[in-house]
Design a protein around this ligand. Structure first.
Ligand code: ATP
Ligand code: MG
Length: 569
């Protein structure tokens, strides 16, 4: 899909104008990020994100437009965030926090979370975040595994912490944000930022738990190299832009592209602490004249399934660039963007472990709807089999990355064996295996097939749930769907689809046949769902990902596994 017409809307050209040339010539070692290093090659990601901008012409520029569900609005400039994070760093010091201690945040998207995170990095301590909807068990897992020393939370969430407080033997202090203003007022607003080795840990984050027990992924300060560059080239953030990332810092997107990479590019970021609601979201884009919008497929699907007339009631003409991450982006969602907003969503792929976007669609390249795009300059991606042998075009295999990109996880906290399992070496060539299956086409675009665990083997063919789901989504009745393989004596597995219908539609045998027929004719005869079940809601992680392992376990009457990150279902 060629979006030259759309690109006419750009006042300035995209930050990345020639992908192929940049990919051929780019080198992490020689690229000039434009941000000065400390003596001896030391750095600090919080300096890149905030202090550097607080000391240049962006000083009084708004870094954070904050709004909550009641409509309360607060603005912070780069200078203000710099000073607040200094005070926070001094406060942590006064509590005895030292380099590499873990400081955890269990908060909704309040401003304190953002400058608190930065203040923690300024000390050289390791910041950890936990999504505010977590229950006691999820908290216990993370706080005890990480041996967190300090926890920052609020009065609303405290009861959940109190339930497990006795078991947290390493936790020295719980700080309530309600007391924070008073504490910070006692501190000075200057702080000598810790000069870190680029490889020293900066933050840790537990994965989404889509496939099993969440892993504590450790990232170092130099992860910001990738986050900075991709916020610039993939999200295409320009200095005059208002940027809105809808992710929560409880997940990696909210850290990499709401705190580090986005602010290091000087973005004026909107942060909305309220829940998803189509009308409110459109209103926010209109009110703040959002230019760049980074969101997730689940939100896009829900917007597409909501009242069709709604989107037309708002002025969304400020938008220039849309991007999506977290799950495969169905082609239908790309088309909806064009139809409803006049712009396509640019899909990009990455994981908690990769620390930043690695495969992407760019404003300067044509989009192939349904494809994740091409690797970012400085990253080598390929498709390999389980032994690490590179496969040919169109062959399905493991999506693999050549190790050594700057935001590659340092380790899995306290689970070194788990960490080692991500890698395979073949004839001296080492690969990081993502756990996702994909293939590459002749133009070098990558296509997601499914998580290795979710791929269905039916009558000797491998079928990815994503393509079946995308095909079903082409039917006007379907709002969302999750597809699994169900053991079958004859075929190995048969395909079963769980379908959520759009409001106003009812499930029937006739509709089942229509949906089956659609997949048969538009995708492939063997890939149609032999079973379809209509359900009210799909099981999802709290970050909005469809959890197919849960559908499968329920279907087969098997144990549900780790459910700590799942929405109530
Ligand atoms: P866990 O590892 O605990 O099971 P998770 O893999 O969902 O959870 P994250 O690191 O948050 O945890 O998510 C990364 C995964 O999300 C990827 O491995 C991939 O399966 C999926 N994903 C992310 N972006 C895309 C995309 N653009 N297209 C397809 N899949 C994507
Ligand atoms: Mg994963």
């Amino acid at each position: 899909m060629n979006d030259t017409k759309i690109r006419k809307k750009y006042k300035n050209p995209p930050n990345l104008t020639d992908y192929e040339k940049t990919y051929r010539t780019f080198d992490w070692k020689t690229y000039d990020f434009g941000i000065p290093k400390f003596p001896g090659g030391k750095m600090n990601a919080a300096y890149w994100a905030i202090d550097y901008n607080a000391g240049n012409q962006r000083k009084n520029k708004v870094a954070l437009y904050w709004q909550d569900e009641t409509g309360l609005k607060i603005k912070y400039t780069f200078l203000e965030l710099s000073l607040l994070s200094n005070r926070f760093a001094n406060y942590l010091k006064s509590l005895g926090v030292e380099r590499s201690d873990r400081v955890f945040f269990f908060l909704p998207r309040v401003p304190e979370l953002y400058y608190g995170f930065l203040g923690t990095l300024k000390i050289g301590a390791i910041a950890g975040t936990m999504f505010s909807a977590f229950g006691p068990q999820a908290l216990l897992d993370r706080l005890s595994n990480s041996k967190a020393k300090i926890l920052i939370t609020n009065n609303d969430l405290l009861p959940r912490v109190n339930e497990i407080r006795k078991k947290l033997v390493h936790l020295e202090k719980i700080v309530l944000v309600e007391d924070l203003a008073l504490e910070l007022a006692k501190q000075v607003d200057t702080f000598k930022i810790a000069q870190m080795d680029p490889d020293e840990p900066a933050f840790m984050l537990y994965t989404s738990g889509t496939t099993g027990k969440p892993k504590g992924v450790i990232h170092s300060h130099k992860a910001i190299y990738v986050e900075h560059l991709t916020a610039k080239w993939v999200l295409d953030i320009h200095d005059e832009d208002v940027y809105w990332c809808t992710a929560d810092p409880g997940w990696v997107t909210g850290i990499a592209y709401e705190i580090l990479g986005s602010w290091s590019n000087g973005a004026s970021s909107l942060i909305y602490s309220g829940r998803f609601d189509p009308a409110t979201w459109y209103q926010l884009i209109q009110d703040y004249k959002v230019n760049v919008w980074y969101t997730a497929p689940t939100a896009i699907r829900m917007l597409a399934a909501s009242d069709k007339k709604l989107v037309g009631k708002y002025d969304l003409s400020s938008l220039r660039h849309l991007a999506s991450v977290g799950e495969p982006l169905n082609p239908e969602a790309v088309f909806w963007g064009i139809k409803a907003i006049g712009l396509p969503f640019h899909d990009n792929w990455w994981q908690t472990e990769t620390g930043g976007i690695l495969i992407a669609n760019y404003p300067c390249l044509d989009i192939k709807p349904g494809s994740m795009g091409k690797p970012i300059p400085g990253v080598v991606a390929d498709i390999v089999n389980d032994k690490g042998e590179v496969l040919k075009e169109k062959q399905i295999g493991n999506l693999a990355i050549k190790p050594g990109w700057p935001s590659m996880m340092k380790t899995i906290w306290l689970r070194p064996h788990k960490y080692q399992k991500y890698f395979v070496t073949n004839k001296g060539k080492k690969w990081y295996l993502s756990g996702d299956l994909a293939y590459k086409d002749k133009d070098g675009y990558f296509w997601f097939v499914g998580r290795a665990d979710d791929v269905i083997k039916t009558s000797g063919e491998r079928v990815g749930p994503f393509e079946v789901e995308s095909s079903l989504l082409e039917c006007q009745e379907v709002a969302e769907t999750g597809v699994i393989g169900k053991p079958d004596p004859l075929r190995g597995e048969i395909i079963k689809a769980f379908v959520v219908l759009k409001p106003g539609f009812k499930g029937s045998d006739k509709l089942i046949q229509m949906l089956q027929q659609h997949v048969k004719t538009h995708l492939a005869g063997h890939a149609y769902p032999r079973e379809i079940e209509f359900i009210e809601r799909l099981p999802k992680t709290r970050s909005g990902k469809i959890v197919r392992r849960y559908l499968k376990a329920k279907e087969l009457g098997l144990p549900l596994g780790d459910t700590s990150t799942l929405e109530e279902y």
